[in-house]
Design a protein around this ligand. Structure first.
Ligand code: SF4
Ligand code: SF4
Length: 396
């Protein structure tokens, strides 16, 4: 049976974060059998944004990173690496994400080694079980260290509903590789399968989630910070996502990425078979956590069989991007990051070719000005209105 540890942590004061992480590690148990002195340990962060600071709750918070570096160096005597590839394709953006998350300072003070996955050597991964992504390249460091500790942030996600342990490992793929996966999986349902294909091959040894301040609403970049006040840890990333998504009011089996990972037997999503230790889940839940607009599909999934739902949403409920001009600064970050080349600015103003748009949310992920609006189809709008009318979901 998988164990998930939950520890309260009210804010990002370093000492409190340190205590919460140590408590989680002690609760999941046997960490000393996995991490031994002299080992190389990689902290795989969630650094989506190169432009938004820690107060925006987009990236893994620097206090969590600092506490983990201190614990791994002082208690486990390890050599610590800190790595990721951020969400933007712009040259230098991952370095900028390291700077804005103060990781350069942490590395300078502790001697931890920063690994920019966009600049790292890559290795080829082949997944014979894959549904969508059979071959892909990942940063070599992910496989060359002894232990990988994934450190995701608890957030909603317009495309995948929720992002946590499973989705965080997608960042093992450097820069353009991630955009190629979006092109291979141009529907939300296919993307969830693709993310599970990747997770299957790069599963971390431990996941420690920054759920102290999460992101609600239209995450992962344009939502709002929301206090959850927790650190959550597990050896089983699927079980961790099951517990974390339940805490913020999701039915985990209605979150496709969790359901697919469970069906592929990559971990457990049956909460009755998860040993939850530390805090009681019902005492720490934040059930009015706002869901992204696209969560109307979750509502629909409770009433419509999966095979029918997939057909309906693939054909008529996929969102397309549009630009809310008053918020747009014309930085053109979105155009550089659109894998489908559906965006352009022929007269300065950004426009979207809806016939080319695959609804991948890449533009939304890199826009720091909340200027991207995902337009729902007729069916999407209908389900959203029903969900809001019935009050069954608190949707942004
Ligand atoms: S929509 Fe956002 S990312 Fe695109 S140009 Fe406008 S401000 Fe920049
Ligand atoms: S316009 Fe936005 S949502 Fe549409 S394909 Fe481009 S990046 Fe993806």
């Amino acid at each position: 049976m998988s164990t998930v540890a939950i520890s309260r942590c009210n804010d990002y004061e370093l000492e409190k974060v340190n205590i919460a992480i140590k408590r989680c590690l002690s609760l999941i148990g046997n960490v000393e059998n996995l991490i031994k002195p002299g080992m190389k340990v990689l902290l795989k962060l969630n650094l989506l944004s190169a432009g938004l600071g820690p107060e925006k709750a987009v990236n893994t918070h620097p206090s969590v990173i600092r506490a983990l570096v201190d614990i791994l160096q002082n208690d486990y005597e390890c050599k610590v690496y800190i790595g990721d590839s951020c969400g933007s394709l712009r040259i230098g953006s991952t370095y900028q994400a390291f700077r804005i998350t103060q990781i350069d300072k942490i590395a300078e003070e502790t001697g931890a080694i920063i690994v920019n996955f966009d600049k790292d050597e890559t290795i080829d991964i082949i997944n014979d079980n894959a549904t969508i992504v059979k071959n892909f390249k990942i940063a070599k460091t992910v496989k060359s260290v002894d232990v990988v500790v994934s450190v995701p942030k608890l957030k909603t996600h317009g495309l995948t509903r929720y992002t946590g342990a499973i989705k965080n490992m997608f960042g093992s793929i450097p820069a353009n590789g991630k955009k190629n996966v979006h092109l291979m999986a141009p529907k939300a349902r296919l993307m969830a399968q693709a993310l599970v294909d990747v997770f299957e091959m790069v599963q971390p040894h431990i996941t420690i989630m920054d759920a102290i301040i999460g992101m609600e609403g239209n995450g992962p970049n344009a939502g709002d910070p929301r206090k959850v006040g927790l650190v959550i840890a597990s050896y089983d990333g699927v079980a961790l996502d099951t517990v974390a998504s339940t805490i913020i009011g999701y039915d985990p089996m209605a979150v496709p990425i969790i359901r697919y990972a469970y069906e592929r037997e990559l971990g457990t999503a049956d909460i009755r078979n998860i040993n939850i230790v530390g805090e009681e889940i019902n005492k720490v839940s934040v059930l009015d956590f706002k869901k992204p607009s696209s969560s109307a599909q979750d509502f629909a999934s409770k009433y419509i069989p999966n095979f029918l739902l997939a057909k309906m949403f693939d054909s008529s409920c996929t969102s397309v991007s549009s630009v809310y001009e008053p918020n747009c600064t014309r930085c053109y970050e979105c155009i550089k990051n659109c894998p489908a080349k559906a965006m352009s600015a022929p007269n300065g103003r950004v426009i979207v070719d809806e016939d080319k748009c695959i609804g991948c949310f890449c533009c939304d992920e890199v826009c720091n000005y909340k200027a991207i609006v995902m337009k729902r189809s007729f069916m999407g709008r209908t389900f959203l209105k029903m969900a809001q009318f019935l009050g069954v979901e608190r949707i942004q």
